[in-house]
Design a protein. Structure first.
Length: 351
């Protein structure tokens, strides 16, 4: 599907796709597949290497209960980042989507939005690990964010997309509320295209472009617009003042605010709260929802060690085991955290 989408929008370009897919496999398990690793190291040279984690693991916290998440992060750092660097390939993280409704409840995800935001967090962490290993061409194909934009547009129209089978959001899913339908697969391929070829893309629609027969023209136009909006070239255009704060936190009393992407994620005694947009006004970063400026920013390390000996592991703060990542509530003391050097942000590839 991706090949059809890409070649129809890039006339004269040949897109060759090879895949190694095992249902339910994690990134960590893929790294342990010696035949796959050998093929990547000694086989054809690719322009892009696309990694997708098992549909739950990317949104799970780092904990003993979900050791696969740590395995996936190790695999990104120790196996796939070096392979991409040696090959000169762009490492693409295929960010998946939340379950349609309450299908994720048995794993601690209350609804689509909660699971989706955790997945967005998780894949951002994978990409950050790759950046730190020198993969400057790393990018995220935000299929899950595309699903969220379509969900939010339905809500804005007064619809209930998780239960209304007439909405485009509902139609993105197979009957199990987890896997993509034919329409969903087309949407994913479109999101992948806009992420990988941002400089050749625009938000319009051409009748010569490939459209799966299951997708109406109106739905194809909607998918194309939202896919463009969620592409790497758009998302990465965040004000540098906000970018500098990514991966930082603010601690006030028993509240902990974590800055991720262009948003502020609020925790109270490590219970996840809401996510609020950040803006830059007069050169200062503000959170309009709090009517406050972002001040007293600290940088995260892999562990935040507080002066009263509490330990907070970051950024593993999503999912059902959120309380398992700390030995105590956030301290009111100033944490002793090493200051990492700023990391360069990746630039989208131009072709």
């Amino acid at each position: 599907e991706f090949q059809k989408v890409a070649q129809s929008r890039l006339p004269g370009t040949t897109v060759t796709v090879a895949q190694n897919v095992v249902g339910g496999r994690t990134i960590g398990e893929a790294a342990a597949d010696t035949s796959l690793v050998a093929a990547l190291k000694g086989g054809a040279k690719y322009d892009y290497i696309v990694l997708q984690d098992q549909s739950l693991i990317g949104g799970m916290p780092l904990s003993e209960s979900y050791y696969q998440r740590a395995d996936s992060e190790d695999a990104v750092r120790d196996v796939f980042s070096p392979i991409a660097n040696d090959m000169g390939a762009t490492l693409v993280f295929y960010q998946t989507w939340g379950r349609r409704g309450t299908e994720g409840a048995q794993w601690g995800f209350t609804d689509f939005l909660q699971m989706e935001r955790c997945l967005e967090d998780g894949y951002a962490t994978y990409a950050d690990i790759a950046y730190r290993q020198g993969c400057s061409k790393t990018m995220i194909a935000r299929a899950g964010l595309l699903f969220r934009k379509i969900y939010e547009s339905a809500v804005a129209l007064g619809q209930t997309p998780s239960t209304d089978s007439s909405t485009l959001f509902w139609k993105l899913y197979y009957t199990d509320g987890s896997h993509p339908s034919t329409i969903g697969s087309y949407a994913i391929a479109t999101a992948m295209f806009y992420a990988m070829f941002p400089q050749t893309s625009y938000a319009g629609w051409e009748d010569t472009w490939y459209r799966n027969p299951a997708v109406t023209v109106d739905d194809a136009k909607t998918i194309s617009q939202f896919a463009f909006d969620t592409s790497s070239s758009q998302i990465e255009q965040v004000d540098p003042a906000v970018k500098q704060l990514w991966g930082s936190y603010i601690n006030t009393q028993q509240l902990l605010y974590i800055i991720r992407a262009p948003a502020l994620l609020c925790f109270h005694n490590l219970q996840q709260g809401n996510c609020f947009d950040l803006v830059v006004s007069g050169g200062e970063v503000e959170c309009p929802a709090f009517q406050a400026k972002v001040v007293d920013v600290k940088m995260f390390a892999s562990e935040v060690v507080w002066n009263d000996s509490d330990v907070f592991t970051a950024p593993a703060v999503c999912g059902p085991d959120v309380n398992a990542v700390t030995t105590g509530a956030p301290s009111t003391e100033v944490p002793a955290v090493p200051q990492p050097q700023p990391q360069p942000q990746p630039q989208p590839q131009q072709i």
